[in-house]
Design a protein around this ligand. Structure first.
Ligand code: XUL
Ligand code: CO
Length: 449
């Protein structure tokens, strides 16, 4: 990948391309563990991890919260009156960041990269203009698009939802954005297109026709899929589950719920899961639970990497920093042969008071290092095999004799009960699960033992 300082202006002056310097380095602008070309289990770290940068948090999120305005100063828009000029500058800054941090992918919403116009046609034209620029920058830098999406939740017109809006007119306006965002994704060679539910949910059943809303969502997704396929899109569609926020109840609650929804509406061949750590937590699940649930059903796709705050019940979107979480995530991902089209997209934001331009780099460096360590631990888990062998042995009674017969559907309930009666109570069922032992084993991998 070429170093790339775009246009006339360097937006992150004084920051060079971030390099691997090893765990002992005290330089905050260096990787301590992420060594892109290091080979783990036959594959380079960068090809395992497929890091992507989320445009919305990194270049649009200004640190504003419900209690006060933004705190982050964006040099690409400061003193610029024309929205399109600001969007152009922002794209230059973004590609400078992608290349300096060494991420090979990026992800965007339509409205992150280009402003809404006076009408849908003008909005689409704005998007196409910026997409042409992004395409040129992708060509020059080698950075690729992980996925695109449409923001059909921020504008007040979507306060009652997009595809699940009670007004048909809003559903049609959502379609203008989704259609244009699919076109943009195809134009940029994106390997995926994501639907995060946004306001596809409800606040009160007193004003909601739940069946109609779910049917409309299913219908809308079928239309989007058919359109994209007709236009030649060969990539994957992702649904990103989230149980709540902004709606009280979101239709895409968690992975299991979404799998049921996809099967019900015949979308299971084209759609996979984009699992976000913080959303898993809000659903009362471990991040690893969501990943494993998707993986074992063949619905694993991509990851929005971040973390929540265990003390808070909302989407804090902090940068990941738990080695246990990243190890367990990478363990599931390695077990199914790694990412295919997906990757690790940092849907994470720096804090409101992280106002130095270098903070954005330091935050991503930390997240990338955490997943590099997680990858190494997961590979140790696989190479050593203590944990997988334990799990295999735990279920061994289903692999031969009557257990195997049961597993292949060869027993009736009467036959099964008969086997139980003959065996009697004895000590059946009292085999240790050895969780503490396995946790100790995991700790030893964490320390590289
Ligand atoms: C919101 C969220 C979104 C999606 C893309 O919680 O995660 O940023 O990732 O729309
Ligand atoms: Co997300």
């Amino acid at each position: 990948m070429a170093d790339y300082f775009v246009g006339a202006k360097e937006y992150f002056p004084g920051i060079q391309k971030i390099k691997y310097e090893g765990p002992k380095s005290k330089n905050p602008l260096s990787f301590k563990y992420y060594d892109p070309d290091k080979v783990i289990g036959g594959k380079k770290m960068k090809d395992h991890l497929r890091f992507a940068i989320a445009y919305w948090h990194s270049f649009c999120g200004d640190g504003g919260d419900p209690f006060g305005p933004g705190t982050h100063v964006f040099p690409w828009s400061a003193g610029v009156n024309c929205k399109m000029e600001a969007a152009n500058n922002k794209m230059d800054a973004a590609f400078e960041f992608f290349t300096k941090i060494g991420a090979e992918f990026w992800a965007f919403h339509d409205r992150d990269i280009s402003p809404e116009g006076e009408n849908p046609a003008e909005s689409e034209k704005n998007l196409q203009t910026i997409v042409a620029k992004a395409k040129k920058l992708q060509g020059e830098t080698g950075v690729k698009l992980l996925w695109g999406t449409a923001n059909v939740f921020s504008h007040p017109r979507f306060m009652n939802g997009a595809a699940t809006n009670p007004e048909f007119g809003v559903v049609a306006l959502a379609a203008t954005q989704v259609k244009a965002a699919i076109d943009a994704t195809i134009e940029l060679g994106g390997s995926g297109y994501t639907f995060w539910g946004g306001r596809e949910g409800y606040m009160s059943l007193l004003n909601t026709d739940l069946k109609r809303e779910k049917d409309n969502l299913g219908r809308f997704l079928i239309m989007a899929r058919d359109y994209a396929r007709k236009q030649g899109f060969k990539g994957v569609f992702y649904i990103e589950p989230k149980p709540m926020e902004p709606s009280k109840h979101q239709y895409d609650f968690d992975t299991e719920t979404v799998i049921g929804f996809l099967r019900h509406y015949g979308l299971d061949k084209d759609f996979r899961m984009n699992i976000e750590a913080n959303h898993a937590e809000l659903a009362g699940h471990d991040f690893a639970h969501e990943l494993e649930t998707a993986a074992v059903s063949g619905f694993f796709g991509s990851v929005d990497a971040n973390r929540g705050d265990p003390m808070n019940g909302w989407d804090t979107d902090q940068f990941p920093m738990s080695y246990y979480e990243s190890a367990m995530a990478m363990y599931t991902i390695l077990k199914i042969g790694g990412f295919k089209e997906g990757g690790l997209n940092f849907d994470s934001k720096i804090r409101r008071n992280s106002v130095d331009p270098a903070d954005l780099f330091v935050a991503h460096i930390g997240g990338m290092d955490v997943f590099a360590v997680g990858l190494e631990i997961a590979q140790r888990m696989i190479d050593d095999g203590t944990i997988s062998n334990f799990v295999k042995d735990r279920y061994a009674s289903f692999t031969s004799g009557d257990g195997a017969k049961f597993s292949s559907g060869g027993l009736t309930l009467e036959q099964l009960a008969d086997i139980g009666t003959k065996a009697g109570y004895g000590r059946t069922g009292f085999t240790s699960g050895k969780q503490e032992y396995l946790e100790n084993v995991l700790n030893s991998y964490l320390l590289g033992l």
